[in-house]
Ligand binder design. Structure first.
Ligand code: GDG
Length: 476
């Protein structure tokens, strides 16, 4: 009997997340279904089909509530393998305060250590509480005694405690996908106590890397005077465990896609259109945490310091639209646009454009085509919870002949030891890393890449899930 089959007997799973796995939308008067994508959905969806009760999430698609039953549910899967997707309706104002506001204008900059970007606002907080309460109440409605409730991420940090209030014995876990900041930063949050209490409603609390778990436990100690031992602590009479579970990708799927016909064709097409010997690649959501302007400035400095690479190297930067198109993001988009324009203006020659920015979401096969075409990936966030782009890039290259420049401040840096590490704030280091990545001996490059690949393959998303579920199950 497989692990998930054994678990099926013990209790079903209720998943609670802001983002839904599937959305329904209108196009030309018709309703279509689409997966909201991502590694997480691709692994949680099969798990839910096997042992899921309900997935509770914000119904954000334009036709989402046209297809739901009177209880706002839609069935995902069929026969015995199915789960309910329970959609939650949010008004425009609620989305603005809970999602754009508190989640993305308060928590996001706080945990990414950018305190000057935080927009403290009482109304954001009030709505955040209300929406967390709504998620929690709906979870309780669906709840059966043996169920496991798994709450995801920074949008729902109060939910574990709110669920616990109504179902004292519930088996609740929480996973946080972003960095957890040190106490000196976290303590500026006016609602710090409530947030910590909210998360402590869970029995198991997961982070990507040990540093974030340590920071969290440190905050708990400073705020409540509670000491932990090996990640375990007692809070309100309950034992709580805090651990790191580094998220991986669906390696097999990426590798398979990368060997299929279309990405191979796209790779060739991209290389042909480059008109250059080397291709550097950046794939980032337009977000200040991703350090895109720093990357462009470093590339500028590289071209200045190493003129022999002019006309030989092109930086292709994919800019994926961010989840919330706020004024801050539009400003960043503009900054990137101006910077790229200035650099191109300075160096551009006939048939050679040093930077190409593409600001749109591309299909998976095209994305893989870009990964395959690149000689070097520049993954240089100022800070990042994990960063899956770095791992996908490694999985997609079947020839093992590329190099990865990786920020030391991405969670992935813990694991991807053979990457060329950089401090994205240190321009000289960035310039040197670009040079190194382009001149590294092919044998060394291959050797390092193979080691990186081994790790990404081993620590894939299924292992993440299995380790998390095992640790959780052990608690009862
Ligand atoms: C948060 C944390 C943590 C990007 N552009 C396109 C596209 N993507 C996909 C990538 C990748 C995902 O989006 C981005 O994931 P990241 O991990 O790099 O970053 P965040 O979105 O900031 O995610 C992060 C993550 O949560 C998980 O815990 O690692 O630290 O910030 O999968 O492939 N996909 C397609 N077209 C695009 O244009 N199809």
């Amino acid at each position: 009997m497989s692990y998930s089959e054994k678990k099926k007997k013990k209790g079903k799973l209720i998943l609670v997340s802001n983002r839904e796995p599937y959305s329904h939308y209108f196009s030309k008067g018709k309703i279509f279904l689409k997966s909201t994508g991502g590694s997480l959905v691709s692994v949680l969806d099969p798990l839910m089909l096997k042992r899921g009760n309900t997935w509770i999430a914000w119904g954000s698609g334009s036709a989402d509530f046209k297809v739901t039953d009177p209880k706002h549910r839609v069935k995902i899967g069929k026969d015995k393998n199915f789960y309910w997707l329970r959609r939650i309706k949010l008004s425009k104002k609620e989305v603005n305060n809970y999602y754009v506001g508190f989640s993305n204008r308060v928590i996001w900059p706080l945990v990414h250590l950018m305190v000057d970007k935080i927009q403290f606002n009482e109304e954001y907080w009030e709505t955040y509480k209300e929406i967390n309460e709504r998620f929690a109440n709906i979870t309780v409605e669906q709840f059966k005694r043996s169920d496991f409730v798994w709450v995801q991420d920074y949008h729902l940090m109060l939910a574990p405690q709110l669920i616990r209030k109504k179902r004292k014995k519930a088996k609740i876990a929480f996973f946080f996908h972003l960095p957890w900041p040190p106490w000196e930063i976290f303590r500026i949050l006016p609602w710090k106590r409530e947030i910590l209490k909210g998360i402590l409603g869970a029995d198991l609390i997961g982070f990507h890397i040990p540093l974030y778990a340590k920071n969290f436990l440190d905050c708990v100690e400073k705020e409540f005077g509670l000491k932990s031992k090996k990640g375990a602590l007692k809070f309100e009479g309950r034992k709580i465990l805090c651990r790191n579970f580094p998220l991986g990708i669906d390696f097999e799927k990426f590798q398979k896609t990368s060997e299929s016909k279309k990405p191979v064709e796209i790779e060739k097409e991209i290389r042909k259109s480059l008109n250059a010997e080397f291709m550097l690649l950046g794939i980032d959501r337009i977000d200040y945490s991703k350090g895109i302007p720093n990357k462009l400035r470093a590339f500028n400095a590289f071209l200045k310091k190493h003129p022999s690479f002019q006309k030989k190297v092109v930086l292709v930067q994919l800019l994926t639209p961010s989840r919330a198109k706020t004024a801050e993001y539009k400003k960043l988009e503009k900054e990137i646009d101006v910077l790229a324009g200035e650099i191109n203006g300075e160096y551009q020659k006939l048939f050679w454009v040093p930077i190409r920015c593409l600001d749109r979401f591309v299909q998976k096969e095209r994305l893989v085509g870009y990964y395959k075409a690149a000689d070097v990936a520049l993954v240089t966030p100022l800070i990042d919870g994990m960063n899956l782009v770095a791992k996908e890039f490694i999985a997609a290259n079947s020839k093992n002949n590329s190099a990865l420049v990786l920020s030391s401040f991405a969670g992935a840096s813990e694991e991807l030891k053979e990457a060329i590490k950089v401090n994205p704030f240190n321009q000289n280091e960035m310039v040197e890393a670009i040079r190194k990545s382009l001149t590294i001996k092919p044998v060394t490059k291959r050797k390092k890449f193979k080691l990186l690949k081994k790790r990404v393959e081993k620590n894939d998303v299924s292992l993440w899930l299995e380790n998390f579920l095992k640790e959780w199950e052990k608690l009862y």
